[in-house]
Design a protein around this ligand. Structure first.
Ligand code: SF4
Ligand code: SF4
Length: 121
C-alpha cells in the first residue's frame, strides 16, 4: 500500500477475486516465490508472451485446468457471505497491492475501507 498513513480493512466480500480476476497478472517475483514455496500454484498459470518469457495470468481452473474468469484460489466460507484466499501467504503481487488507494478501491468497486493509521478500534 503506497500511503503508510492509512490502513485498509477488507470485508472479505470476494469481489476482487471473483469479478476482477479473469486475468490476474503473474510476474517474475510471483514465479520465483512459487518455485520456492508453492510449486503447485504454477499449474494454474496461463502463460503468455514469447517462448521462454516468465509471465502470464493466474487463471486456470483448479478443477478443469481450463481458463476461468475467477481466480482459481478463491473459496467461500461455509454459511457466510465471505471469501478467502487459499494461497494467501504466497498470493501474487497484484493481490498484495490491491487496492492501492481509496480512489482505486472506489473505482474498482471494492467494499473495503481506508482509515487513518491508529484509528482502528
Ligand atoms: S490469489 Fe488469492 S487474493 Fe489473489 S485473486 Fe486469488 S483468491 Fe484473491
Ligand atoms: S474487493 Fe476489497 S473488500 Fe472485497 S475482498 Fe477484495 S479487497 Fe477485500
Amino acid at each position: 500500500m503506497a500511503d503508510m498513513t492509512m490502513e485498509f480493512y477488507c470485508t472479505a466480500c470476494g469481489k476482487c477475486c471473483l469479478e476482477g480476476a479473469g486475468w490476474l497478472p503473474v510476474v517474475e517475483a510471483d514465479i520465483a516465490r512459487w518455485e520456492t514455496s508453492a510449486p503447485h500454484v504454477l499449474r494454474y498459470v496461463a502463460w503468455e508472451g514469447e517462448a521462454g518469457e516468465r509471465r502470464g495470468g493466474l487463471s486456470r481452473s483448479v478443477v478443469t485446468g481450463r481458463e476461468t474468469t475467477r481466480c482459481p484460489f478463491v473459496r467461500k466460507r461455509r454459511g457466510r457471505a465471505e471469501y478467502y484466499c487459499r494461497i494467501y501467504e504466497v498470493r501474487p503481487q497484484v493481490c498484495r497491492r490491491y487496492p492501492t488507494s481509496p480512489d482505486h478501491a472506489l473505482y474498482t468497486g471494492c467494499d473495503g475501507e481506508f482509515v487513518p493509521a491508529g484509528d482502528a478500534t
